[in-house]
Structures are given as structure tokens and as C-alpha cells.
Write a protein that binds this ligand. Structure first.
Ligand SMILES: Nc1ncnc2c1ncn2[C@@H]1O[C@H](COP(=O)(O)OP(=O)(O)O)[C@@H](O)[C@H]1O
Ligand SMILES: [Mg+2]
Length: 266
């Protein structure tokens, strides 16, 4: 086994400032700050091998995004240890950052006024991608995502699904070894959802990239992932194959049914 991600007994607490009601409390409040603790991730451990596609599944607020932020070094764990490609993510070393990519379905990295191609060229500079690798990757990605004809169109004139495809190209251009995708199909129509899933499977076959994907859509995970980690209120409650997860005698059947219902309700 070739371990690339290791998470050991990780806990993440957020300290939230609880502000008393009313303006007159404003100054006193400054001296008597009250905090409440919210635990987003509780004592979670897992390990992921190179080339795996793993789905982080869970209801809203289960801790999926927090987990990805811990893995990419955006957040420090309150307790425990995270190791990714041999690095401690929060050190934010250049070699670490060049080897990963983090795509958030609800946040855009591409400039809306420019054609995607201009953003890709900028990305090439930032990540120091040699020209032949850039061309090869861009060709593979735009063919897999069927957007060869749209590279020179300003992003704002593209559909939501087409924009997400450009985000994906932008994030895969520099051949990251590990890709973290947070709800990449959020808000997309069914056709685009299917295209994104198909792309992830085809790309992984081609490049053997390790992919961690979060979703509260059951279909995303079911179709793309080898393995599922289910989070419930910050705890890891299942780690294994999707087939077993859906077995009728599972104790967390209710969560699974909610996830399926959520999807149909969208
Ligand atoms: N920056 C933050 N400050 C305080 N609480 C947070 C912060 N980020 C997330 N949380 C809380 O942590 C929990 C997990 O959130 P999140 O990881 O975003 O869940 P998910 O992505 O599974 O929907 C939620 O209760 C959320 O309100
Ligand atoms: Mg989230």
C-alpha cells in the first residue's frame, strides 16, 4: 500500500464569539468576551492510498468542508496530525501546494471578464508549467470535458456547467498529484453533473491522480468513488465500499435515506 494521506485522531473546534443582544452591551462585551466552542471534526482517523478516489459523504454541517480545509492546510487541527504527500499541510510549502489542487463548487477561481484561456495561461505562470506539458494537459482536459470550442469565450457568457468545466481544467492543468473537490456538482443541471462525474473517472484512469470529493449527492459518490467515508456530526461513522454502505441492515440507514431524498429534492 502506498499511503499518500494520513489523518490521525484529528479534532477541529471553532471558537465562536457569542455577542450579547443589544448595542449597549457592545463595550462591556469587549472586556467580557464569551465564547462557545463548536466541534466540526471529532477524533477522525483515516488513510488514503495513491490513486484512490474517495468520497466524503455526509449531511450539511457534517464536517466535510472543514475536513478538506484541514487536508489542504487552510485550517490548523485543534488536535491530531494530518500528513499529505509527506508534508504537514499547514506549513504551506511550495512543493506541497504545487502537488495539490482544491476546487470549491461554490467559489470561482477564474476571471469572469476574460476567456478561460487567459486564466489558464496565468495558471501556467503561477505553477511554472512547461509549455509542452501545458499543451498536452489542456488538450486532454478540454477533450474530456468537451469544451475545445469555448476556450476563447469570456467566462461570463458560459453556462454554469461550462464554467465548472473551466474551473476543473484550471485546477488540473498543472498535473496535481492530489485533487480535493468540494461539492463540484453543486447547482449543476443533471447533464453537467453526469459530464463532471464522467470526466473524473476518465481522468483518473488516464493519470492515476488521487481524488477526494465531497458531496451530499449520493449519485456523485456512487458513480465516481472506490471508497466512501461517511461523516455524521464531525465523526467518521463509516469507511468502506459504497455497496456495503447501502446494505439494508446498516445502522446509519436514516442518514443515507436523507442524502438520497436531498438529491431528489434538488
Ligand atoms: N469558520 C467557522 N466558524 C465556526 N463554525 C464553523 C466554521 N466553519 C464551519 N463551522 C461549523 O462546523 C460544522 C461543519 O461545517 P462544514 O465543514 O462546513 O460542514 P459540511 O461541509 O459537511 O456541510 C458546522 O456546524 C459549521 O457551522
Ligand atoms: Mg461543505
Amino acid at each position: 500500500m502506498d499511503e499518500i494521506i494520513s489523518v490521525r485522531n484529528v479534532r477541529k473546534e471553532f471558537r465562536i464569539h457569542e455577542r450579547p443582544e443589544g448595542l449597549k452591551n457592545g463595550i462591556g462585551d469587549f472586556f467580557h468576551r464569551k465564547y462557545i466552542c463548536r466541534t466540526a471534526v471529532r477524533n477522525v482517523s483515516f488513510s488514503i492510498d495513491r490513486g484512490e478516489i474517495v468520497g466524503l459523504l455526509g449531511e450539511n454541517g457534517a464536517g466535510k468542508t472543514t475536513m478538506l480545509k484541514l487536508l489542504t492546510g487552510i485550517l490548523f487541527p485543534t488536535e491530531g496530525k494530518v500528513t499529505v504527500s509527506g508534508f504537514t499541510p499547514t506549513d504551506r510549502k511550495k512543493e506541497f501546494l504545487k502537488g495539490i489542487s482544491f476546487v470549491m463548487g461554490n467559489r470561482s477561481e477564474v476571471n469572469w471578464d476574460l476567456p478561460a484561456m487567459d486564466t489558464f495561461r496565468y495558471q501556467q505562470l503561477v505553477y511554472e508549467v512547461p509549455e509542452d506539458m501545458f499543451r498536452e494537459n489542456l488538450n486532454l482536459l478540454s477533450v474530456l470535458l468537451e469544451v475545445q470550442d469555448l476556450l476563447k469565450v469570456p467566462i461570463r457568457r458560459l453556462s454554469l456547467g461550462e464554467r465548472m468545466k473551466m474551473e476543473l481544467i484550471n485546477s488540473f492543468l498543472y498535473s496535481p498529484r492530489i485533487v480535493f473537490l468540494d461539492e463540484p456538482t453543486l447547482g449543476l443541471d443533471l447533464k453537467s453533473q453526469i459530464a463532471v462525474r464522467g470526466f473524473l473517472k476518465a481522468y483518473r484512469r488516464e493519470k492515476n491522480t488521487t481524488v477526494i470529493i465531497t458531496s451530499h449527492y449520493m449519485d456523485d459518490i456512487e458513480e465516481t468513488c472506490d471508497r466512501v467515508i461517511l461523516l455524521g456530526r464531525g465523526e467518521k461513522i463509516y469507511d468502506g465500499s459504497i455497496g456495503e454502505l447501502k446494505a439494508p441492515d446498516q445502522p446509519f440507514k436514516e442518514i443515507i435515506l436523507n442524502l438520497i431524498k436531498d438529491e431528489k429534492g434538488q
